[in-house]
Design a protein around this ligand. Structure first.
Ligand code: ARG
Ligand code: ASP
Length: 686
């Protein structure tokens, strides 16, 4: 089956130009198209198991970003926002690397990052037949799952045999119509080499996030270390810089409209093949309600952050992550509306149903509709619970402390890190707003009995909140820090713990079982529906939805029209940074050095960021952006707001990825970091 699908795909085009995230091992199916659009290398240059290829210079960085190797000594580039947590961990009042930047001036000054690893892809391989070996059509879905589990375990253990630091996974693609084995080598000594000050690396902050024109110097620099044998090793002073099979050459030639670009990285999750019902749920229920709830939370945070510098620092990272998805969802809803995706999918489904009549796929869309109808109220309750009750930090603390005590782990460190960034007035106001929303918007039948009883007992959310914060020990750092496993009974009876436990039990007993059960039916139906869509549109090329595995997206440098009467150019420059510069606005307050440099003249046209049509998603942050010759021209870090619906539907008119121009990285390393010694180990193409 799989083979047949792929053979068909070979000559086909995706729905629209430049849409798609393709599997590197199958890139030969797209190489003619890539070359027609300007690419000058071969499929083997992108991915090969027999010789070094570009894939050997691309890594999954940490748990959810991409990085690329740019020297023969393991030098790695990724985004500032991907390195942020590590930079923060090395920061203190005396050395505020987040604020001031960090530059190792030699190898001895590079900083180790316990817990950080990078993952190289050794190979990927279609294992559909091996995974399904022993499966027969008469089996139940449970039996099929167990066949897959057993076969996958066998493939995985064989794949990692004898290699150091190897890890393998078997991933379902196209909703389980195809299975691929991925074999990775994981290096776990990764050191911080350089990071610009946040006023460059996070320039524009949340104001400019998801937006064009953009001027963020969103990069950080690391180095991968290995044991003397060049194999993965735990951190040790004796480790040596990793010698990669392949690294990127850097091109300083620059970009212009129409230039071929390709992004090689690890997009996390997309759902391009879902039904109109799912798109309707996302764009009319899920996103709007989450946006609304987060608006309330962000307003509360902002109010206190603007009053007090210490609170601003405490909540900057929390605020950024709440705000990131909040802003993305707004763009997504707008994009789906503008594209009329629900109607377009309905229209597609009408034609599909006609075609499917009487055949094996008859009734599939209706079946999915029924499943969504069963799932949605429960899914809505789950999403509402995570965005309201779980937004109260005190309840989160209560449940993690309880868990630690049960597992007899110390809680002192937990208490310290929690209270370092905790401001109780924000949490109290959040409690009020979130519990009020839960009370008003959740169907009575879906509310936990505990919630209804407590609310009735206290008479109002306000009275309940006052009681809870006055009587819980979790507001007191010293008390929390001194808890031991002997205190477990006392802790379990604490009002914050009782409350969070009641919700956890409600979710585990009433909500999650239904979601899990229906989801598995939905997944099964999509396996058929995916195959059916391929059969229905045999002339179309289908790429598998993203799942954090390595993908290739290709397109070209291009601006776009965000609204009637407007046209965006695809390139931004230092001139734009100076235009935005404002010492009174935190997000736009640039380092004095940059102001002084600019005043000297000659840097007006220094490129900063550029736009292209590559189809990317969350996880592609830090991905290498590569030109027609296979050289590095930029680092991907974001998408434009008008195009954030590309996880569901790609619009070639407005879907653009935003990249840092590699020349801005070089400029900052040299002029701000005074670390141009790093250029000695880089390879330049021009
Ligand atoms: N929007 C980008 C992404 O989804 C960047 C986020 C980090 N920046 C920020 N200002 N929150 O990851
Ligand atoms: N900023 C995203 C990331 O961190 C990339 C995107 O969603 O376009 O992966």
């Amino acid at each position: 089956m799989a083979l047949l699908l792929l053979a068909v795909v070979a000559v086909l085009q995706p729905l629209s130009a430049d849409e798609g995230m393709w599997l590197p091992a199958l890139i030969s199916q797209r190489i003619t198209d890539m070359q027609a659009k300007g690419f000058k290398l071969t499929a083997d240059d992108i991915y090969s198991v027999n010789q070094a290829s570009l894939k050997d210079a691309v890594v999954l960085f940490g748990g959810g970003c991409t990085g690329e190797i740019v020297s023969d000594e393991g030098l790695l580039l990724t985004n500032h926002h991907c390195g942020y947590g590590y930079i923060q961990r090395h920061s203190s009042v005396e050395h505020d690397y987040l604020k001031d930047g960090f530059w190792a001036m030699n190898r001895d000054e590079e900083l180790p990052n316990p817990g950080l690893s990078v993952r190289f892809l050794e190979r990927m391989e279609d294992v559909t037949d091996a995974v399904l070996k022993g499966y027969v059509k008469s089996m139940t879905e449970l039996q099929r799952d167990s066949v897959i589990r057993v076969n996958s375990a066998g493939l995985i253990s064989k794949a990692v045999e004898g290699g150091k630091g190897l890890r393998a996974t078997v991933e379902a693609l196209y909703y389980g119509n195809q299975y691929f084995l991925f074999v990775y080598k994981i290096y776990r000594d990764v050191r911080l080499v350089g990071a610009p000050p946040s006023s460059i690396g996070k320039f524009g902050g949340d104001t400019d996030n998801w937006m064009w024109p953009r001027h963020t110097g969103d990069f950080s620099i690391f180095r991968v270390y290995a044991g003397k044998d060049n194999e993965p090793a735990d951190y040790s002073e004796d480790n040596v810089p990793f010698r990669p099979k392949r690294s990127f050459k850097i091109s300083r030639a620059g970009v212009k409209t129409g230039d071929f670009t390709f992004v090689y990285g690890c997009p996390g999750s997309t759902k391009e093949y879902v039904t109109s019902d799912e798109v309707r749920y996302v764009s009319e229920i899920s996103d709007p309600q989450k946006i609304d709830l987060r608006t309330k939370r962000l307003d509360i945070q902002k109010k206190y952050m603007s009053r007090d510098q210490a609170v601003r620092i405490q909540y900057s990272s929390k605020n950024a992550s709440v705000s990131n998805a909040w802003k993305k969802w707004q763009g997504e809803v707008k994009g789906i509306k503008k594209m009329h995706t629900v109607a377009a999918k309905e229209d597609f489904e009408a034609r599909f149903k006609q075609w499917a009549k009487g055949g094996e796929y008859d009734g599939l869309v209706e079946k999915l509709g029924g499943l969504y109808e069963r799932r949605d109220p429960f899914y809505h309750a789950y999403e509402y619970y995570s965005e309201t009750i779980r937004a109260v930090e005190l309840l989160q603390l209560a449940s993690s402390v309880e868990r630690s005590l049960i597992e007899k782990r110390p809680v002192k460190g937990l208490a310290e890190s929690f209270f370092k960034d905790y401001y109780q007035p924000i949490d109290e106001e959040t409690f009020l707003a979130m519990f009020d929303a839960f009370d008003k918007n959740m169907d009575q039948g879906f509310k936990p009995a505990y919630f209804r009883d407590e609310l009735a007992r206290h008479g109002s959310v306000q009275a309940w909140k006052d009681y809870l914060f006055a009587n819980s020990i979790f507001t007191d750092k010293d008390k929390v820090a001194s808890l031991t496993p002997e205190d477990l009974d006392k802790v379990a009876a604490d009002p914050a713990c009782e409350l969070s436990d009641a919700f956890t039990a409600w979710y585990a007993e009433l909500i999650s079982p239904v979601i899990t059960e229906v989801n598995s039916e939905i997944r099964l139906a999509y396996r058929d529906y995916m195959r059916a869509q391929m059969a229905f549109e045999p002339e179309k090329a289908f790429y598998p939805d993203a799942n954090l595995t390595l993908r290739v997206a290709y397109g070209q440098v291009a601006g776009y029209c965000p609204a009637d009467g407007m046209e965006y150019a695809p390139v931004s420059t230092l001139k734009g940074i100076i235009e935005k510069d404002n010492p009174d606005i935190f997000d736009y307050d640039i380092p004095q050095t940059l102001r002084d440099l600019y005043a000297q003249g000659g840097y007006e046209d220094q490129p900063v960021c550029f736009l292209a049509t590559n189809h990317t998603s969350g996880g592609n942050s830090g991905s290498p952006v590569i030109n027609a010759d296979g050289n590095l021209i930029g680092i991907n870090f974001d998408r434009v707001w008008e195009g954030t619906m590309s996880d569901i539907v790609y619009d070639p008119e407005v879907c653009r990825n935003i990249s840092l121009d590699i020349r801005y990285l070089l400029f900052v390393v040299d002029k701000i970091g005074h670390a141009s010694y790093l250029f000695d180990e880089m390879n330049f193409a021009d």
